[in-house]
Design a protein around this ligand. Structure first.
Ligand code: SF4
Ligand code: SF4
Length: 359
């Protein structure tokens, strides 16, 4: 059978395995990222090994532009794409409940827009139930309505992601987790070490042979922006329930000191990632999922921007319009999180912990 025909009959996992075995013989890209040292640990690769390697990859694309076996060579190596497809297939396999898997990835932009508009309309209508005595944001939407909606909307997606991580850990043959593995994994995730492309100048995501750290910086802005926003919400919850200090909070309060820089980083980082996605070559990623990934970064950016707009509108009648939009965006983000690119953060961290156990 001709090589081309044989290749088109391979499953996503088999195609990734074929390319990884060639890379294991070649080893030219050994210093690029965590994937290649992990490949060299073994001679044969189970399905679980492929899942682990796929989730270690950052899709920086450095190995593709360095490779002498890309198309038109008969090996047809395109490791960033093969690993991206194996990775997204693993997320769909681990997603719970499975009926939602792939939904956002395939119709992301339309779904995100519909959810934001739908939820915003519900929150806007919910203002009719506001209590007479409410203050600040609670003059527009009662505290109990917000808690009643957001508590399950936060906990259920977390449960879905936890079940997915358990399935991942079983498939990759993970051992009991020691503190040292966690520390190493968190340290590498915090630095986004592998987005450096293994060289000081960064990776090739944006413009082929041009090495750049731009993607790493934007990714860090999104990650730290999200964490700051999360910490802001957490601090506001503590102030409300422990110190009986309900919102809104002043400029020099902890929720604002964390939330404003977080919102700025999330908004700008998300926009930057969106621009980079338009510049990167689609065929070096899971091209069928490009729209879903774009919808995810835009949803993140919009959530940050609507949070900043809400802060700017505080004290004015505009809050009645901006608050439902922001809450609609946050709710859309939470509820879709187990089925969007958001899960890559969790699986990537799990892959780094597993890699720490192995190397
Ligand atoms: S991507 Fe190409 S150059 Fe790099 S290790 Fe694999 S086969 Fe070798
Ligand atoms: S795309 Fe980047 S992160 Fe992925 S295997 Fe290649 S060099 Fe490593």
């Amino acid at each position: 059978m001709p090589l081309d025909q044989a290749r088109t009959e391979l499953s996503t996992t088999e195609e990734a395995r074929r390319q990884i075995e060639i890379c294991n013989a070649c080893r030219y890209c050994e210093g690029y990222c965590s994937v290649f040292p992990a490949i060299t640990l073994q001679r044969s690769f189970s399905d679980g090994d492929i899942t682990q390697l796929a989730n270690l990859c950052h899709n920086c694309r450095g190995c593709y532009y360095a490779c002498q076996y890309t198309d038109p060579h008969e090996f047809q190596i395109n490791l960033p794409k093969a690993l991206a497809e194996a990775r997204t297939e693993s997320w769909e396999r681990f997603s719970w409940p499975g009926v939602f898997s792939g939904l956002f990835q395939k119709s992301g932009v339309a779904l995100a827009a519909a959810l934001i508009v739908g939820f915003a309309a519900l929150f806007w209508a919910g203002q009719a139930l506001r209590p007479e005595s409410g203050e600040g944001f609670y003059a527009f939407l009662s505290h109990s309505v917000m808690i009643g909606i957001f508590t399950p909307a936060f906990l259920l997606p977390l449960l879905a992601i936890a079940l997915g991580l358990r399935a991942y850990w079983r498939e990759v043959g993970g051992a009991p987790v020691r503190l040292a593995y966690l520390v190493r994994a968190f340290r590498e995730a915090a630095r986004l070490k592998d987005l450096s492309g293994g060289v000081a100048g960064g990776c090739n995501f944006e413009k082929e042979d041009r090495y750049t750290n731009v993607r790493r910086w934007h990714h860090q802005a999104v990650m730290y922006g999200f964490l700051l926003c999360f910490a802001s919400t957490g601090s506001a919850t503590i102030l409300h329930y422990v110190f009986d200090m309900p919102a809104p909070y002043g400029l020099f309060s902890l929720p604002k000191l964390l939330g404003i820089p977080g919102g700025v980083l999330l908004t700008l980082g998300g926009l930057g990632m969106a621009v980079l996605k338009t510049r990167g070559e689609k065929n070096l990623g899971a091209s069928a999922l490009w729209g879903g990934e774009m919808a995810f970064v835009l949803l993140l950016s919009f959530t940050g921007a609507s949070g900043l707009a809400l802060y700017a509108a505080t004290g004015t009648a505009l809050v009645g319009w901006v608050l439902p939009v922001h809450l609609g965006a946050v709710l859309a983000f939470f509820l879709t999180a187990p089925y969007t690119k958001m899960v890559h953060g969790f699986f990537r961290l799990a892959a780094l912990v597993r890699n720490a156990q192995q190397t």
